[in-house]
Design a protein around this ligand. Structure first.
Ligand SMILES: *[C@@H]1O[C@H](CO)[C@@H](O)[C@H](O)[C@H]1NC(C)=O
Ligand SMILES: *[C@@H]1O[C@H](CO)[C@@H](O)[C@H](O)[C@H]1NC(C)=O
Ligand SMILES: *[C@@H]1O[C@H](CO)[C@@H](O)[C@H](O)[C@H]1NC(C)=O
Length: 147
């Protein structure tokens, strides 16, 4: 990255962080933490329908994971919280630990993808979510540093 790019990024990132500030309605974190377990419950229920030796099989769980991810997003938005946020992030990490802790990337199997376009549509928001979480974390760290 050259000097101009860095300067441009320094100019743009504060604007991005500005845009990430929570919506008008105040975020009720207590309420959000009370609602998120509903998403966990339905995700657990659906994962129980899958044979545990298939838990690293992306083809099997991707749809359920997508629904879970959407669920946490909706619940957070419902109570005026921005999504993703660090609380919901910790919650999702817990889910990963519970179900995917034994999955390594070479063990994650991707056979017979249901439909290429559908797959892309599902994966894009997941990657975007990961990117957004990093950005939100970065922005909040920056807020700590620069007050
Ligand atoms: C947040 O939600 C909790 C639980 O429903 C409620 O008791 C509390 O009054 C709410 N706080 C705000 C600031 O709305
Ligand atoms: C993963 O799941 C798909 C869809 O159910 C199945 O066709 C495939 O055989 C599974 N792969 C493995 C390695 O079990
Ligand atoms: C991971 O492997 C350990 C040891 O084999 C097992 O006890 C545990 O239940 C597994 N966890 C998951 C999420 O499959």
């Amino acid at each position: 990255m050259n000097k101009h790019m860095v300067a441009l990024l320094q100019l743009l990132l504060p604007l991005v962080c500005e845009g990430l500030h929570p919506p008008k309605q105040k975020c009720n974190e207590t309420l959000m933490l009370k609602k998120l377990p509903e998403c966990e419950k339905s995700f657990e229920d659906t994962m129980m329908l899958i044979n545990p030796n298939q838990w690293c099989n992306l083809t099997e769980f991707i749809m359920y994971y997508y629904i879970f991810s959407k669920c946490t997003e909706n619940k957070a938005m419902d109570v005026g919280c921005f999504w993703p946020n660090s609380l919901a992030d910790g919650f999702i990490t817990g889910i990963h630990r519970q179900f995917f802790s034994n999955c390594t990337s070479d063990k994650i199997t991707w056979e017979d993808p249901p439909d290429e376009i559908l797959t892309t549509l599902i994966l894009i928001p997941i990657f975007l979510t990961a990117a957004m979480i990093s950005l939100v974390v970065w922005c909040s760290k920056r807020a700590d540093v620069f007050g």
